[in-house]
Design a protein around this ligand. Structure first.
Ligand code: ADP
Ligand code: MG
Length: 275
């Protein structure tokens, strides 16, 4: 296989995140009991399942907000298994955090910053390599103007160019979540992780957030792991769906299979409850 020779760590170039036999234990609570999942370039995977089944824990492990208890996560060919947080590993984890953008149920914007400042904060902190960026937002420099211009482009992409100077408190939940998406995109991630991005929103505001996510998938071909119970979104946008149950993926497949011909009683029962 001469072609694969210069990509020794990547089994398949199209696999951008490979989760293998991932385990996570809290005390005596085995929350992830051997989860394996590959996310391919340009692929959208919707993860669904009951509350407490381990979905958030999985995303937090992929982003190394949590240390896995076992198994491996390969990100663009880099192994990031369990074990001690050595300095080299910490550096890899830092790079993984840049690699993956995360959007949570609670938008967690900085309340004292405007929308555009929220989007600028990450890139400024990164370029300065310190935490002074927040204090320095008021100054001017060419670099900062470039960061601002890019932040404005991202706000336009999520449909909020005209709200750039507002503080979060003056924005609706749907608008705040779209700012949060722009903020994650500002770090130029290779992958986006969404943890129930619309479940804190009033129903009339979920559509605008899902529309932004759909555009990311279709126009940018952004690979995404999306935990959601928005089954309309899953049907329309997901390439694959993974049903989580008690810390394992009980079933996975394309939406047509999951919705149309699931043979698994747990999956069917869950779908009947949410649809
Ligand atoms: P889901 O997102 O599917 O609702 P979670 O991943 O949040 O599920 O939680 C799965 C299980 O792990 C739950 O039983 C929860 O109580 C437990 N859990 C999650 N985070 C922690 C933590 N930091 N410490 C202890 N237990 C946790
Ligand atoms: Mg959760």
């Amino acid at each position: 296989m001469p072609e694969a020779a210069h990509l020794p760590e990547v089994l398949n170039r199209d696999v951008i995140v490979r989760i293998s036999d991932l385990r996570k234990v809290y005390g005596h609570n085995e929350v992830l009991r051997g989860v394996s999942l590959d996310l391919h370039k340009g692929e959208v995977i919707v993860i669904f399942g009951r509350s407490g089944s381990g979905k958030s824990t999985l995303l937090r492990c992929v982003n190394f907000l949590e240390d896995p208890s076992g198994g491996t996560i390969e990100i663009a060919g880099q192994h990031l298994g369990g074990g001690h947080r050595t300095r080299a590993k910490r550096e890899r984890i830092r790079r993984v955090r840049l690699f993956a953008g995360m959007v949570f149920q609670q938008f967690n914007l900085f309340p004292h910053m405007t929308a555009v400042e929220n989007v600028m904060a990450g890139p400024l902190a990164l370029s300065r390599g310190d935490r002074k960026a927040q204090a320095e937002l008021t100054g001017t420099s060419m670099e900062k103007e470039a960061v601002r211009a890019r932040a404005m482009d991202l706000l336009a992409e999520v449909g909020l160019a005209d709200r750039a100077e507002e503080h979060p408190i003056r924005l609706s939940g749907g608008q705040q979540q779209r700012v949060a998406i722009a903020r994650a995109l500002a770090m130029q991630p290779e992958v986006m992780l969404f943890d129930e991005p619309t479940s804190a929103l009033d129903p009339e505001l979920t559509g605008e957030v899902l529309a932004v996510m759909k555009r990311l998938a279709i126009e940018r071909h952004m690979p995404m792991l999306v935990v959601t119970h928005e089954m309309g979104f899953a049907r329309e946008v997901a390439d694959r769906m993974a049903f989580f149950h008690e810390g394992v993926i009980l079933e996975q497949g394309p939406p047509a299979q999951i919705f149309g011909q699931s043979q698994n009683p747990e999956t069917r029962q869950f779908l009947e409850a949410v649809l």
